[in-house]
Design a protein around this ligand. Structure first.
Ligand code: GLY
Ligand code: MN
Ligand code: MN
Length: 436
């Protein structure tokens, strides 16, 4: 759990990056219609969650450094017993002060009357422009309302600054409490992948396996996956974001599972690829061991002082080398890498930041240079090889095989810590587990 003090510390840290005489405005996520009058399950906006912990839609946070009557102002739905009987409990402004540490909290329906007054006299507005069109319009209306009062001495804000720069840099570095939640999210996903490996048999469907994964997530407190689970058998694995999960599992094929849990907001993201019948063929082993070798070499490169592209460059080097050896690529390694020949079979990058969002926020380049890794960052390492079923330039035995191996890696002062190491990944470990 992230406690109230940590949420307060985050707001303080953000306010310290703001110029004097400014205000920050951040909105909650909104409910989304799934079907006529029913909604998708609500998921809080990650930035709003990071700063407030407030779990409801229809809320707005204003941070006003130096404001005498309190710097943290929250607008939210009012209590409404009849509405709550139908749709669930609400916190309400009164309880928000105590429960979430707001200095002031007001009904969201009063925001048009109150927020312009809080903005007046502030020179800059820190805001996430372009994220929510409706809110963009409302923020401009609030500014215009102040502008219409200039003859009476009102001072409208004159500058907008993108709040994301500072906020997303904060989110990139995980606190001790966040790392604890990410470990838990990872553990849950590890158990789910192990369950899937143990259960998998020819004749089941991809959806059967998805059910096993989600059952394990739910019973461990992760009600939702961090993203749509990918359960891709045979050449479905060559589709990077395959989510139909509707094919039957064939004896002799492999199964690629890319699934992670969301635990108290924090994502895990694991991929494993294994033979459906529990025993690798020689051709599967050739490709699998190559991807594994590249993944282990790439993880080696995750340490403070290295930049974030080094794992990718290492993976590309090992994969290209191996594809030459297996006759999949032909030519000189350096030239093939320069020509990006590997992209025909490995077309994505080797990883991404992970945190409250599975593809988490934070700049990947600084001054046009790849960002240097620092302790507290968490990223995935996920090299792969995808050989299309109809690629006649490759030996038939390799066609229609897609293999990805993905782990979540915490950068530590000494090097790294693989949060998802619990899922077997050598040929021997996988075959042993599946035989048990
Ligand atoms: N599951 C999406 C990804 O691996 O990035
Ligand atoms: Mn993934
Ligand atoms: Mn990933």
């Amino acid at each position: 759990m992230i406690n109230k003090q940590e949420f307060a510390r985050r707001r303080q840290n953000l306010m310290q990056t703001m110029e004097d005489g400014s205000i920050a405005i951040v909105a909650s996520a909104q409910e989304l219609v799934r079907s006529r009058d029913t909604h998708f399950m609500f998921r809080q906006d990650s930035d709003f969650h990071y700063l407030t912990g407030f779990p409801e839609p229809n809320a707005v946070l204003a941070l006003i450094p130096g404001r005498e009557h309190g710097e943290f102002v929250l607008f939210c739905n009012e209590k409404d017993l009849e509405h709550e009987t139908w749709h669930g409990r609400r916190c309400g402004p009164e309880a928000a002060v105590d429960k979430y540490g707001a200095d002031d909290a007001f009904p969201i329906d009063d925001i048009d009357d109150i927020l312009p007054g809080l903005m007046e006299g502030r020179r800059r507005i820190y805001y996430e422009m372009g994220k929510n069109n409706e809110l963009d319009g409302r923020v401009m209306n609030w500014v215009n309302k102040i502008r219409s009062q200039v003859k009476k001495g009102a001072q409208p804000p004159g500058e907008f600054v993108d709040l994301r720069h500072a906020l997303h840099d904060m989110r990139l570095f995980k606190s001790a409490a966040e790392i604890k939640l990410m470990r838990k999210s990872s553990e849950i996903a590890v158990d789910a992948h192990i369950r899937a490996m143990k259960t998998c048999k020819p004749g089941m469907t991809e959806l059967d396996i998805e059910a096993e994964l989600h059952y394990e997530f739910c019973r461990n407190g992760a009600r939702f996956p961090a993203y749509a689970s990918i359960v891709a058998s045979g050449d479905n694995a060559c589709i990077l974001h395959y989510t139909e999960n509707e094919s039957r599992l064939k004896n002799g094929d492999m199964l690629l599972i890319d699934a992670g849990a969301e635990y108290q907001g924090y994502a895990s993201d694991i991929t494993r690829t294994f033979p459906i019948n529990g025993k690798f063929t020689n051709a599967q082993k050739d490709l699998y061991n190559l991807v594994l070798k590249s993944q282990i070499a790439a993880i080696e490169m995750v340490r403070p002082g290295n930049h974030w592209m080094q794992p990718h460059e290492t993976a590309v080097d090992v994969l290209t080398d191996g594809m030459i050896e297996l006759g999949i690529l032909k030519g000189d390694k350096a030239q093939l890498i320069e020509d990006e020949a590997y992209k025909k079979y490995y077309m994505h990058k080797t990883g991404h930041w992970i945190g409250l969002d599975v593809h988490d926020v934070g700049d990947y380049t600084i001054d046009n240079e790849p960002r240097v890794l620092e302790s507290g960052m968490v990223l995935t390492v996920e090299p792969a090889i995808y050989i299309p079923a109809d690629d006649e330039s490759v030996d038939k035995k390799y066609r229609g095989i897609g293999i990805r191996i993905e782990d979540d890696i915490l950068v530590t002062a000494e090097g790294n810590d693989v949060l998802t190491a619990g899922v077997p990944k050598t040929v021997e470990e996988i075959e042993t587990l599946m035989a048990s």
